[in-house]
Design a protein around this ligand. Sequence first.
Ligand code: MN
Length: 241
Amino acid sequence: MESRKSAPAAHSTDELRDELALANRILVDHGILDAFGHVSARNPDDPETFLLSRNLAPGLVTAEDIQVISFDGTAHDDRPSYLERFLHAEIYRRREDVHAIAHSHSASIVPFSVSETPLRAVWHMAGFLGTAVPVFEIRDSVGSGSDLLVRDSDLGRDLASALGDQAVVLMRGHGFAVVGDSLPQVVARAVYSDLNARAQAAAMQLGGFTPLTEKEGIAAAESNNGQLRRAWEVWKQRSTT
Ligand code: MN
């Protein structure tokens, strides 16, 4: 019988480093990451730390580039880290259910972070978006003169608070953060968040749109969680050939 678990489990930190490097490549292939953005995984050997590439374009990340980082933002080696590592740290600290996080500057998502129109699940592949995707307004934390980056623990905490118990939080004028219980789940959620945003924008060009109900979203997300391995395997093959 097929497991309802969303993804193949990584068995060791070394395997997770390989999986994380692969997640970077897959998200680059899908246009979710480019020179910027990042993806991380909670460290199975020490759940109060997480794995994240050193400061490097996602398309170049290999297993050797992965750092271990504590929740206070301290890297466990001397290589430079991503400025926005605090975003990951504070979400892992707040959400024990989260084992993987991606942060992207997707141009498809940004319009929904700066307009009055909320991002909604309009497609069964994005049922995890639910009925209300929250927007993090950094001005509420630091006023109207910041560079919009989540560059310290205080901002990370405010972002994690805005995420609440949702799967996705938009970041006004910046991008979005998405969480999952595994790298395959967070990669799929990042890809389908982006595609749902494009589908919703296209529907709005045609006129109105019909979002999923709360129950439809939950049911669709449950069904898709049982099929994530199919997407992960084909994306993995494309990204390694
Ligand atoms: Mn960013």
